[in-house]
Ligand binder design. Structure first.
Ligand SMILES: NC(=O)c1ccc[n+]([C@@H]2O[C@H](COP(=O)([O-])OP(=O)(O)OC[C@H]3O[C@@H](n4cnc5c(N)ncnc54)[C@H](O)[C@@H]3O)[C@@H](O)[C@H]2O)c1
Ligand SMILES: N[C@@H](CC=O)C(=O)O
Length: 498
C-alpha cells in the first residue's frame, strides 16, 4: 500500500528519522496490547503513519529505565553532559530540512515556519548545554559558631514532559534540554497529533550519545498516560505545555505525589495600540502577531485594543494586510497560513465567530467559501468585539482577530486584564510614560513593547494567573529541574569564620 508514510520516507534525506514506535530505554518499542492510532496530515487528512498506544506496564518500564540511568547521568560532570547536548544540537541543525518536513506533514505549518521552529528548538539545546555548567550554589555567612554554611544544586530526579501539537519540536527541547543539562532523565509524552517530531528528536539524541534510559518518548491514550505519570512517585518533576483545562487536571492528579510542577498554559494576549502610533505600522505588526501558526500560538494577539482616534484607519490597514495572506498546504510553495490541526478546531473557530456576530460584532473579512480544504479556516477580522463574546473570553487558537476601540489608558488596562489568562501582552506606542504605566499595570508574565518577536533562549518564558507556573528558558529555566540542598558544616574550629 502506498501511504503518505512511504512518500514521507522517500522525501527525507534520512528516512530513519521517521519512526513509528515509542522509544524506551534506548529501544524502539511496539505497544504490548497491539493498540495503534493513526496520525494525519491536517492539510489533506491522509494518514502519515501510526503510533503504538502503550500499556500501563510499558510506561512504568520507562520510569524503571530512567531510574536506573539517572545514577550514571547525574554522576557525569556538567561539561560532559554539555558535550552530549552540543552533539544533539549539531545533529538537529544538520537534519533541519528533514525535521521541518516531518513537522509540516504532521502539524501543517508552512515549511519556512517549520524550519524556523527547528532553529528555535535547537537554540534551547545549545543554551542549556552551556547553562548546565553554571548551576552554582552559594556560600552563606554563618550565624552558627565554628560552622560553614552553603548550598549546592542537585538534579530533582526523573522529569516527565507533556507537550502540545502547535510547536511539536521546540516545546520539547525547551524542557528536555534544561532537564538533561541539570542531570535529570526525561520521559516525554508528545501530543498524539504530532508524535513524529518527538521521535525524530529521540533518534538524534541516541546518535548524540545520550545514554539509554535518559531520553524516553512514551505514546498512548493521553488521559491514561498522564494519570500514570502524575501518580508515579519516582517522577519528581512534571512539565506541561498545553491548555489551561488540562493543566488544572494535571495539578489535581499530581497532588498525591507532591511533584515539582512547571505549567505553560493558554494565553489570550491583548495588543494595545496607543493614539500616537502610525496606524499602518501598528496594523502590520498586529497582523503578524495574530496570524503566525494560523493563530494556533499561545502568544497570538487575540484582543486588539486600538485607541478610538486611530481605530478606523487601523482597521483599514489591518484589513488590507490580512487580505494579502495566503492560505494553503504548508508543503507547497509560499503560503502564510497552513491548515488548523483538525476539523474540531475549524468547528470551534466557526462557533466563536458565530457567537460574536450574534452578539453584535461585525465581520469585516472572513469568507470561508475560499478555504482550500476541510481543515482550513480563512482569516477572520471581527470589529466591535465586547467582553460578553467568546472571542474575548476564550483563547480562540485560530486565525480569528477581534478589534475593539478604547478611549483612555485606564480603560485599556482594565480591558486588557479582563481575562483569566496572563501569558503575554503587546504594547504599541512611542510614549515612554504610557509604556511604563501600561507595562507595570498589565497582569502578564511577558510584555513586549513595539516588537512582535519576544521569545528565545535567554528569555524567562511564562505566564501569571491561569497561564501557568514557573519559567522556561533564560537564566532560571534550569532551576525547574534543580533542588537546592543546604549544608551546615559544623565543628570546624575557629578557622571556619563566615
Ligand atoms: N504557554 C506556553 O508556552 C504554550 C505553548 C504552546 C501551547 N500552549 C497552549 O497549548 C494549548 C494548545 O495545545 P493542545 O491543544 O495540544 O493542548 P492540550 O491541553 O489539549 O494538550 C496538551 C497535551 O496534553 C495532552 N492531553 C490532552 N488531554 C489530556 C488529558 N485529559 N489528560 C492528560 N493529558 C491530556 C495532549 O495529548 C497533549 O500532549 C493552547 O491552550 C496553548 O495556549 C501554551
Ligand atoms: N510561540 C510560543 C509557543 C506558543 O504556542 C513560543 O515561542 O514558545
Amino acid at each position: 500500500m502506498t501511504t503518505l508514510s512511504t512518500m514521507l520516507t522517500k522525501r527525507l534525506e534520512d528516512p530513519r528519522l521517521f519512526r513509528q514506535y515509542a522509544y524506551i530505554d534506548g529501544k524502539w518499542t511496539h505497544g504490548n496490547g497491539g493498540r495503534e492510532e493513526a496520525v494525519y496530515d491536517p492539510a489533506t487528512d491522509e494518514v502519515i503513519g501510526h503510533i503504538p498506544l502503550l500499556e500501563a506496564e510499558q510506561i512504568t518500564a520507562a520510569v524503571d529505565a530512567a531510574e536506573a540511568a539517572f545514577v550514571h547521568w547525574r554522576a557525569l560532570r556538567a561539561d560532559e553532559r554539555c558535550e552530549r547536548l552540543l552533539a544533539w544540537y549539531d545533529l538537529i541543525q544538520a537534519n533541519r530540512e528533514d525535521l521541518a518536513t516531518i513537522m509540516t506533514l504532521e502539524q501543517g505549518k508552512p515549511m519556512p515556519d517549520a524550519r524556523g521552529e527547528v532553529e528555535y528548538g535547537a537554540s534551547f539545546v545549545r543554551w542549556f548545554a552551556e547553562e548546565g555548567k553554571r548551576t552554582y550554589g552559594e556560600t552563606i555567612p554563618s550565624h552558627i559558631p565554628n560552622a560553614s554554611l552553603g548550598t549546592i544544586k542537585e538534579p530533582v530526579g526523573i522529569a516527565a514532559m507533556i507537550t502540545p501539537w502547535n510547536f511539536p519540536l521546540a516545546m520539547i527541547t525547551r524542557k528536555a534540554a534544561a532537564a538533561l543539562a541539570a542531570g535529570c532523565p526525561v520521559i516525554i509524552k508528545p501530543a498524539n497529533e504530532t508524535p513524529f517530531s518527538a521521535l525524530a528528536l529521540a533518534e538524534l539524541a541516541e546518535r548524540a550519545g545520550i545514554p539509554e534510559g535518559i531520553f524516553n518518548v512514551v505514546l498512548g491514550d493521553p488521559a491514561e498516560v498522564s494519570k500514570i505519570l502524575c501518580s508515579e512517585p519516582r517522577i519528581r518533576a512534571l512539565s506541561f505545555t498545553g491548555s489551561t483545562r488540562v493543566g488544572r487536571l494535571l495539578i489535581e492528579q499530581s497532588a498525591n505525589t507532591v511533584k515539582r510542577l512547571s505549567l505553560e498554559l493558554g494565553g489570550n494576549a491583548p495588543f494595545i495600540v496607543g493614539p500616537d502610533m502610525d496606524p499602518k505600522e501598528a496594523a502590520y505588526a498586529a497582523v503578524s502577531a495574530k496570524f503566525q501558526t494560523a493563530g494556533q500560538d499561545c502568544l497570538a494577539a487575540n484582543r486588539i485594543l486600538v485607541h478610538e482616534s486611530i481605530h478606523d484607519e487601523f482597521v483599514e490597514q489591518f484589513t488590507e494586510r490580512m487580505s494579502a495572506l495566503t492560505v494553503g498546504n504548508g508543503l507547497h510553495g509560499e503560503v502564510d497560513l497552513g491548515p488548523l490541526i483538525h476539523r474540531q478546531a475549524v468547528e470551534k473557530a466557526a462557533s466563536i465567530v458565530d457567537d460574536a456576530i450574534s452578539k453584535g460584532a461585525t465581520m469585516v473579512v472572513g469568507d470561508q467559501s475560499q478555504a482550500p480544504g476541510d481543515n482550513f479556516f480563512m482569516p477572520v477580522l471581527l470589529t466591535n468585539v465586547t467582553p460578553q463574546m467568546k472571542v474575548w473570553r476564550e483563547e480562540n487558537f485560530a486565525p480569528v482577530a477581534g478589534i475593539t476601540a478604547y478611549s483612555t489608558d485606564d480603560e485599556v488596562i482594565e480591558m486588557a486584564n479582563d481575562t483569566e489568562y496572563g501569558l503575554a501582552a503587546y504594547i504599541y506606542t512611542h510614549d515612554i510614560r504610557r509604556i511604563w504605566k501600561l507595562m507595570r499595570a498589565l497582569e502578564y508574565g511577558m510584555v513586549s513593547v513595539n516588537s512582535v518577536k519576544m521569545t528565545g533562549p535567554p528569555v524567562p518564558f511564562g505566564g501569571v494567573k491561569q497561564s501557568g507556573l514557573g519559567r522556561e528558558g533564560g537564566a532560571t529555566g534550569i532551576d525547574e529541574y534543580l533542588e537546592t540542598k543546604y549544608y551546615c558544616l559544623g565543628a570546624l574550629g575557629s578557622v571556619s569564620g563566615s
